[in-house]
Write a protein that binds this ligand. Structure first.
Ligand SMILES: [Mg+2]
Length: 334
């Protein structure tokens, strides 16, 4: 948020005072979130610097590798503002980047948030959603940028640490071997079903179990990713495109095939939504030590893992219940 020289003011030409005021309010909001949710507390430690200069300065407490991810949420492409409130957009924009850290088994530390928005956009509401996600994840937002734009676009970048796990090695898509069991951290299809319900005009149910809530407020499975990495998992991926597509990504990267026995479906969703809907942000986890993984989740009091099936030695072959799994999932066309 050092940003006044890097684009048109959000508030329109010549109204930079508004932009600075917005930045100041966002800074206060993000610091409050850091005070509530992060180990760093509500202000930078000596020598570090968050929002307010040309760049942020952070000191990493652990010596292991840093893990970085970025994501982009664009109005009309990823989000329909007729179906989502602006705080949901902010929340989701940060959570989807955090989900990529979760899939690597990394613990989030810091985030950057850049917002391009039309005149009149309630940036305080959007920032409130970002702050909620940051607080829940223990991630401190230390900077970003603001710009005017004909449509809303929110870009988030996050930095995480592998300090707590064995050997400081990230959990990759490519580590699964034949015979590894495949698990998923929760039932699927809730996001797609929630989007369907919103399009049907159903009232928004903000409870965590409400399906529209799962679409508007997906949760990155950060603890689950760290647990998986610490418990000998061989590979993982988060479900953004859909189980069918993302398990294929894992299989291709690992050079294995996949034999799925079942697809866990959220109550109220269809099997198709669970398989191809996407945006559930649960983790698919492969492991050669399934008992160790399941017991680690039990011991940590996590939701039980769902056994999906196993990896095979036939690369490129993906089956569900013994039948070929149709290619699917979301892919951008350029
Ligand atoms: Mg991902």
């Amino acid at each position: 948020m050092d940003s006044p020289n890097s684009g048109d003011s959000v508030a329109g030409g010549g109204r930079r005072g508004d932009e600075f005021a917005v930045i100041e309010r966002l800074r206060a909001r993000f610091e409050a979130a850091a005070a509530a949710g992060s180990a760093a507390g509500g202000s930078p430690p000596p020598g570090d610097l968050w929002i307010g200069d040309d760049a942020a300065v952070v000191t990493l407490a652990t010596s292991g590798p840093a893990v970085l991810a970025t994501d982009l949420v664009v109005e009309g492409v990823h989000v329909d503002l007729g179906l989502c409130a602006l705080d949901d957009v902010g929340y989701k924009a940060l959570m989807v980047s955090l989900s990529d850290l979760a899939a690597m088994g990394a613990r989030p530390l810091y985030g950057l948030v850049s917002i391009a928005a039309p005149v009149g956009t309630d940036l305080d509401l959007l920032g409130a959603g970002v702050a909620e996600a940051a607080e829940e994840a223990g991630c401190v937002v230390v900077g970003g940028d603001l710009s005017g734009s004909p449509v809303l676009a929110v870009s988030t970048t996050v930095l995480g640490s592998l300090g707590a796990g064995p050997g400081g090695t990230a959990l990759l898509r490519s580590g699964a071997g034949p015979g590894d069991r495949l698990f998923v951290t929760g039932a699927l299809g809730g996001s797609a079903a929630g989007l369907r319900q919103l399009r049907e005009g159903r009232p928004y149910d903000p409870s965590p179990l409400g399906l529209p809530h799962r679409y508007r407020r997906p949760v990155a499975r950060i603890v689950e990713g760290e647990l998986a990495r610490a418990s000998g998992a061989t590979a993982a991926i988060d479900i953004s495109d859909g189980l069918g597509a993302d398990v294929r990504h894992l299989a291709e990267a690992s050079g294995v095939g996949v034999a799925l026995d079942r697809v866990p479906v959220v109550a109220g969703a269809t099997p198709e939504e669970a398989l191809a809907g996407g945006e559930d942000y649960e983790l698919i986890i492969a492991t050669g030590e399934p008992d160790r993984l399941v017991e680690a989740f039990e011991a940590a009091g996590m939701r039980p893992l769902v056994d999906l099936g196993h990896c095979t030695e036939r690369p490129g072959e993906c089956t569900l219940g013994g039948r070929p799994l149709a290619p699917g999932g979301w892919r951008h066309a350029f």
